[in-house]
Design a protein around this ligand. Sequence first.
Ligand code: TXD
Length: 321
Amino acid sequence: MARKKIALIGGGQIGGVLAQLISLKELGDVILFDIVEDLPQGKTLDIAEASRIDGFDVSVKGTNSYKDIEGSDIVIITAGLPRKPGMSRDDLLVTNAKIMQQVAEGVKEFASNAFVIVISNPLDAMVTLFQKVSGIPHHKVMGQAGVLDSSRFSTFIAWELGVSVKDINAMVLGGHGDTMVPLVRYANVNGMPVMELLERKYGDAEKAKEVMKAMVDRTKMAGGEVVKLLKTGSAFYSPASAAVQMTEAILKDEKRVLPTCAFVKDQYGADGVYLGVPAVLGADGVEKVLEISLDEEETAALNNSINAVTTLVADMERLGF
Ligand code: TXD
C-alpha cells in the first residue's frame, strides 16, 4: 500500500507540532506549506533530523508552493493569525477569511480529492468558507474544535475527581466559541455519572453543581486562559494532538465517535450549517452524525450556539466572503 500523504497548510505553531506528531506516528509523508519563505523548510529539516533518534521513517518536507501538496490524502489547515490577549476568536474573521480564500483556491487546484480538517479560527466560519470556495464535498471537509474542547473538559474533571483522565468520557458540542455546550449530564467516569460522583464527594448537590459550573466555565474560556499566559499566541500542542486523532480515525477507518465540526443536515435543530456534533469518522470522512436527546436546558444552549455560528457566517457573507 502506498504511503499516505498529509499536507499541512500553515507552518506556524500548530503546523510545526502537527508535522512532528504525524512523523512520530508515521501516519504518512508530510508536506508543510507556508507563505513565509524558508520557515516550513527549516521546521521540517529540524524534525527530519530527529528521525534517527525517534526511529521514524517518513518523508517530511517544507514548501512555499501549492504544487507540492498534489495528491494529498489529507490536508490540515492552520493558516491564519492566532488570538492575542483580549481578542475573541471572532475578531480574527476578516484577516483569516482572506487567508482561507487563498488556501481553499490552492487546495482546490492541487488536492481536491483530499479530506480536509480546518483548525484556523473563527473555526465554524472558516470551515464554512473553505468548503464553499473549494467545492470539496461536505462529508470530506470538517473542523477541529470539539476533540480539544472535550479533552479540556475531561482534564478538568479528572483533576477535580482525582482519577485518571483516561477513564473520563465527556463531550462538548456546538460552535468553537464562548457558546460551546459541554454536556454535563452525559459526562461520566467509565460509565458512572460525573455529577453523582461530585455529589458524593461533597455530600451536597448544590456544591456539586457549583463545582461543575466552574469546570464548564473554565472549559469555555480554556483557549483564552492559555492565550493570556502565552501572551504571544494561542494553544498549539493540544489543537495539534486533536487534529491528529481525527486524521488517524480517517486514515485507519477507525469509525471513532469524535465531536467534530461537521455539516449538519436537519439534526439537532440545525440545517445546512457546520456545527460541533458527535460524528463517526472513518474512511469516508464524516460518515454519520449521531443524534442524542437533549433536555430543555441543553437544547437552549445548543440553539444559542447555533445562532452564534449562523450570525458569524452571515457577517462573513455580508463582508463579501
Ligand atoms: O482548536 C482550534 N480549532 C484552535 C484554533 C485552537 C487554537 C488556535 N486555533 C487557531 O489556529 C488560531 O486562532 C489560528 O487561527 C490558527 C493557527 O494557530 P497557530 O498558533 O499555529 O498560528 P501561527 O503560529 O501564527 O501560524 C499561522 C501560520 C503562520 O506561519 C503564517 O505564516 C501562516 O499561518 N500563514 C499562511 N499560510 C498559508 N497561506 C497563507 N495565506 C497564510 N497566511 C499566514
